[in-house]
Ligand binder design. Structure first.
Ligand code: F1P
Length: 338
């Protein structure tokens, strides 16, 4: 249900641009550097935003909050700290914000799904992800709306606004089109249900999406899944490839595609089965070892969102095929407050 609510969750979150004065305030800030702090899925949203911001000339670091809270890095002038959290109650992220305040970050922003959470009370500004209540432990619509909020932050901070705005306008209908692929993706689930390991590969902004796809699969299907930047393959992970370990490649049609195709061939040459998620029309051929799953074509800023939803559907169907309780995976809590 929550996966299917993402078209409207994203459309609602876009309203923040019009209704939240925070956007105008950020435009008046002289931000020279950004530090993003978060845990779990929210951290992966930060990793994507780091690449976006850097591509626009804004130095950015994304860091796991549970590490940052114990470190004393040098703080650049006019730096903005951004905490990302679905719940706004995650203890490590709150502690990391406290550390950032002690270190002297000039500006602070929380991107939260709960407008009344602790986090929203300790930062200067708040961007509200309007995903609506997220009950399922595994985060889905909170993540995609976090990416939308981070794009709104980009619009306030950076250039190329028109490009981002036009992609965002098209996003809700592209999500609805992607969700139509549900049945096709469900058909893949049998292949994974009896596997013990799965490898995810991605590059650039889609490496964090590979991490998120792997996290969703392990959280709800209990299949061990690791994600690597595809260029790391030959530095270790290739040793894992065999006929029993499927690889999922997140391969949008962008400037990194040629490199990723070479990585796909490295897996194929070792007899590994590949499932390649790519924008429709991307020149990658299916064969006996490579299955290409064409997703709705989108631009560079929203492609991570589209690919994420395809991977959410895959994890969901594998978990259902295995008979797992997808909303309440074992050993996990929705909000980690200690
Ligand atoms: C962070 C997080 C979630 C994950 C799980 C445990 O929470 O790692 O991403 O799905 O619920 O906590 P939050 O800070 O985004 O609320």
């Amino acid at each position: 249900k929550e996966i299917f609510e993402q078209g409207s969750a994203v459309a609602n979150t876009l309203e923040e641009r019009i209704t939240n004065n925070c956007m105008l305030e950020i435009e008046t800030f002289e931000v020279e550097a950004v530090r993003i702090l978060a845990c779990g899925t929210s951290y992966y949203a930060g990793m994507v935003a780091r690449i976006w911001l850097e591509s626009m000339g804004i130095p950015c670091e994304a860091e796991i909050a549970s590490e940052f809270r114990y470190r004393n890095p040098v703080v650049p002038d006019n730096a903005l700290v951004v905490a990302i959290s679905q719940s706004g109650e995650t203890a490590d992220t709150l502690a990391a914000l406290n550390q950032a305040s002690k270190l002297g970050y000039k500006y602070s922003l929380a991107i939260c799904n709960s407008p009344f959470s602790q986090m929203t009370r300790v930062t200067d500004l708040v961007l509200h992800t309007r995903a609506g209540p997220e009950i399922s432990v595994a985060s889905t619509k909170a993540f995609t709306t976090q990416l939308v909020s981070l794009l709104l932050l980009m619009i306030a901070l950076a250039k190329r606004r028109a490009e981002i705005v036009s992609e965002l306008r098209a996003l809700p209908s592209r999500i609805e089109a992607l969700l139509q692929m549900d049945k096709d993706i469900a058909e893949l689930s049998d292949y994974f249900a009896d596997k013990e390991h799965t490898l995810f590969l991605g590059r650039g902004t889609h490496y964090p999406i590979a991490l998120e796809g792997a996290l969703k699969l392990k959280e709800i299907s209990y299949i061990h899944a690791d994600a690597y930047p595809a260029g790391e393959l030959k530095h270790g992970p290739l040793a894992l490839i065999d006929a029993k370990t499927p690889t999922i490649a997140v391969a949008p049609n962008n400037h990194l595609l040629a490199k990723l195709k070479a990585n796909i061939q490295e897996v194929r040459a070792r007899g590994g089965k590949l499932f390649v998620f790519s924008d429709s029309g991307t020149p990658i051929k299916s064969d006996e070892l490579i299955e290409v799953i064409e997703v709705v074509k989108s631009g560079p800023f929203t492609s991570p969102i589209i690919h994420t939803i395809a991977l959410q559907l895959l994890a969901y169907h594998v978990a259902v095929t295995k008979g797992n309780d997808v909303d309440n995976p074992r050993n996990l809590a929705k909000s980690v407050t200690v």
